[in-house]
Ligand binder design. Structure first.
Ligand code: TLP
Length: 349
């Protein structure tokens, strides 16, 4: 069966242009800093995000971890959003590897306010851990691909700076946020001491993420990457696709956003499923199937039997992600499959 695969934008395959760039890439040993293609990608990424330097890492998870390792010490506290990826979905690396104690603060559509950060700060007292970093996620995956605006960023960063905290942005999908907000990615990165973005999601690269920040931060991050086993050699093979991605794959993300919107509006018309249209700001649609009497895993397997792949979030929510290769006709078909499945559910109950 050929599936309509809405499990994630990570399922995207490299474009023909990327494959050609990979085949032609000039290579060297990147642990010696001698891979010209890696160096070029790092420069381009830093320029696009308005930072001094960049570092290619294997994955988003590794990018988040090196950012923490480079800017904090074990035993310190990290302020994180309660539903964030860095806190919930990275095998507890924040604690197991970086040695940090996370403090989870529930955000509004994934965003923390300056006031919340202010309230979470602890008095200087020997009993308490030192709070040293605040982590933001833009777009926020579990909140539904929601964006954090430059104003919201600034508010948090102002408090953070006043109290000597670093600001890390998990920008796995920062270009989705930039496109949705019609802002420059560099504007969204302005207040960040470190920012990680993924090449391997909506930008369609086969692998890789990039961390950006000051030269000094990147030097530390490079050491942390080596510690984690992420010192790659002829990584220009990966970087070549990344250069194409930054040049060619960003603007088209608006198509994914339009498709997600269309999907969400179609789902909203189906009874009795709950979708919060306000949360559908980029390429992710999360909806609650429990009012229809399904558990999310049950519903997902019913969809899969009919040719639609999705992921689940806990017991009751289903997630669909639009991406390159998913066209309007696939969304139309996905809506039919969703409607049929809900129909069967109500017949069977
Ligand atoms: N997200 C993936 C996986 O969790 C399955 C997805 O399909 O959405 N930060 C954010 C906000 C992410 O969404 C992800 C991956 C990561 C970090 C980690 O990136 P990778 O998978 O490259 O380690």
């Amino acid at each position: 069966m050929t599936y309509i695969d809405l499990r994630s934008d990570t399922v995207t395959l490299p474009t023909k242009e990327m494959r050609e760039a990979i085949a032609a890439a000039e290579l060297g040993d990147d642990v010696f800093g001698e891979d010209p293609t890696v160096n070029r990608l790092q420069e381009v990424a830093a320029a696009v995000l308005g930072k001094e330097a960049g570092l290619l890492v294997t994955s988003g998870t590794q990018g988040n971890l090196v950012s923490l390792l480079a800017q904090t010490r074990p035993g310190e506290e990290a302020l994180v959003e309660a539903e964030s990826h860095i806190y919930n979905n990275e095998s507890a690396g924040i604690t197991r590897v970086a040695g940090l104690i996370p403090r989870a603060i529930p955000g509004h559509y994934g965003a923390l306010s300056g006031k919340q950060v202010e309230e979470a700060l602890r008095p200087a007292d020997v009993h308490f851990p030192r709070t040293s970093i605040v982590c933001l996620e833009n777009t926020h995956n579990t909140a539904g691909g929601t964006v954090i605006t430059p104003e919201q960023m600034r508010e948090v960063a102002t408090v953070a700076r006043e109290h000597d905290l670093k600001v890390h942005v998990d920008g796995a999908r920062i270009f989705n946020a930039a496109v949705a907000l019609e802002a420059e990615a560099s504007t969204l990165a302005e207040e960040a001491d470190s920012l990680m973005f993924c090449l391997s999601k909506g930008l369609c690269c086969p692998a890789g993420s990039v961390v950006v920040g000051s030269q000094e931060f990147i030097e530390e991050a490079r050491r942390a990457r080596k510690l984690l086993g992420g010192g790659m050699r002829q990584a220009g093979i990966m970087a070549a696709a990344g250069i194409v991605a930054l040049d060619r794959m960003v603007d088209r993300l608006s198509e994914d956003h339009a498709n997600a919107r269309y999907l969400a509006e179609g789902i909203a018309r189906m009874d009795p499923v709950n979708v919060d249209l306000e949360s559908v700001q980029t390429n992710i649609v999360i909806f609650d199937v429990s009012p229809a009497g399904f558990s999310a895993p049950q519903f997902a397997s019913l969809l899969e039997e009919k040719g639609l792949r999705v992921t689940t979030k806990g017991r009751s929510r289903v997630r669909c992600v639009t991406h390159y290769g998913i066209e309007r006709q696939h969304i139309e078909r996905a809506l039919e499959i969703l409607a049929e499945s809900l129909e069967e559910g109500s017949g069977g109950r």
